[in-house]
Design a protein around this ligand. Structure first.
Ligand code: GTP
Ligand code: MG
Ligand code: ZN
Length: 328
């Protein structure tokens, strides 16, 4: 499924039937609606009742997903490309951090692209790249204006599978896709205001073909991705923590790496303050929601039941709140 419009889904065919390739405009069978199953862009679907001349059909079933990204909603992606601008809007480390964490939660490969390289001095670009390498990524600077980095990005994205571009509004995601697939001519618009924010030009997730078998998803930008709900899930989303834990383990299995004795992670890494502020936010949110009974139906935001938060974590979060630490 390549795009979800008001009442229709666009479905790209797998190479069967009278029209070996191409797209169908499909409605959803009411059956699917009743099971509450949402269809995501990237889903593999079975289409019934095809009217070939009109290129219409109905989605009868959705295959199980290999991966699922909630925001932007994309199923079965093989790669998440976090896209942030160096300037206009200026690169904001806490925001970039949150996008990287969201990308890491999918469990697939994460790429980092820095756009608008033409707007920064070479030494500033160097400094950003060195800093973000320390975060465990290999940032790729690009400029759609000058063409820098476009062919390297194409090489990274043309392996089979779905790559999702995600990042704040106005960073140039649609511009990048236009540079990679010049026939597309997607709508882009200038950033505005003192903070040079984007104007939410892209409104829907949509998949485009980059190379045989390689699809690229453009998505609407947004500013503040959610964090995981369980504090224990946070650490493994940081390559710096994963690397340190591969070398030595913390004394306590549930260690939250806050400088506890026997912690193998320590604080000698650039993103440590960002880790702590995210941890605070996750703990504060868990505190607000209070203990949940596993027999309860899953709550508003949850789509899966989660283990009850350990008592120790809740006490810790209360203590830290009393200390007046901001929850970011
Ligand atoms: N200087 C410069 N401007 C760029 C570059 N790439 C994109 N832009 C500009 O940045 C603005 C926003 O680009 P878009 O492609 O619409 O950004 P987007 O990330 O798709 O934004 P949303 O659809 O709102 O999420 C446009 O005015 C582009 O011309 C670049 O490499 N250099
Ligand atoms: Mg866009
Ligand atoms: Zn630890």
């Amino acid at each position: 499924m390549t795009a979800l419009e008001a009442n229709f889904c666009r479905v790209r065919l797998d190479g069967i039937g009278p029209a070996a390739a191409g797209e169908l405009l499909c409605v959803r069978r009411t059956r699917l609606g009743k099971t509450g199953q949402r269809i995501y862009v990237g889903d593999r679907v079975r289409v019934e009742g095809i009217d070939w001349p009109a290129r219409r059909g109905a989605i009868a079933a959705v295959a199980e997903r290999r991966t699922q990204l909630e925001r932007p909603a994309v199923a079965n992606c093989s790669r998440v490309v976090v896209v942030v601008a160096l300037e206009q809007p200026r690169l904001d480390p806490p925001q970039l951090n949150r996008f990287l964490l969201t990308a890491e939660r999918t469990g697939v490969a994460v790429e980092l692209v820095l756009t608008k390289a033409d707007l920064v001095a070479p030494q500033d670009l160097q400094a950003w790249c060195a800093r973000l390498q320390g975060w465990g990524y290999e940032p790729l600077p690009v400029s759609t204006l000058r063409g820098d980095g476009i062919e390297s990005l194409r090489r990274r994205l043309q392996q089979p599978g779905i790559s999702v571009l995600c990042g704040p509004s106005g960073v140039g995601k649609s511009s990048l896709i236009n540079a990679l697939v010049p026939t597309l001519d997607l709508r882009v618009s200038a950033v505005s205001g003192r903070l040079q924010r984007g104007r939410h030009t892209t409104r829907h997730v949509e998949l485009f073909s980059l190379a045989p078998g390689a699809l690229l998803a453009d998505t609407p930008g947004f500013n503040r991705p959610d964090l995981p709900r369980d504090p224990i899930e946070l650490g493994p989303l940081f390559p710096e923590i994963r690397r340190r834990q591969a070398q030595a383990s913390c004394r306590f299995r549930n260690c939250l790496h806050q400088g506890d004795p026997g912690c193998a992670v320590g604080d000698a890494w650039d993103r440590h303050p960002l880790y702590l502020s995210c941890l605070e936010a996750v703990l504060a949110e868990a505190e607000r929601e209070g203990p949940r009974d596993s027999s309860e139906p899953s709550s508003r935001r949850g789509d899966r039941s989660e283990p009850r938060l350990d008592q120790r974590l809740r006490q810790l979060s209360r203590r830290r709140q009393r200390q007046g630490q901001a929850d970011d």
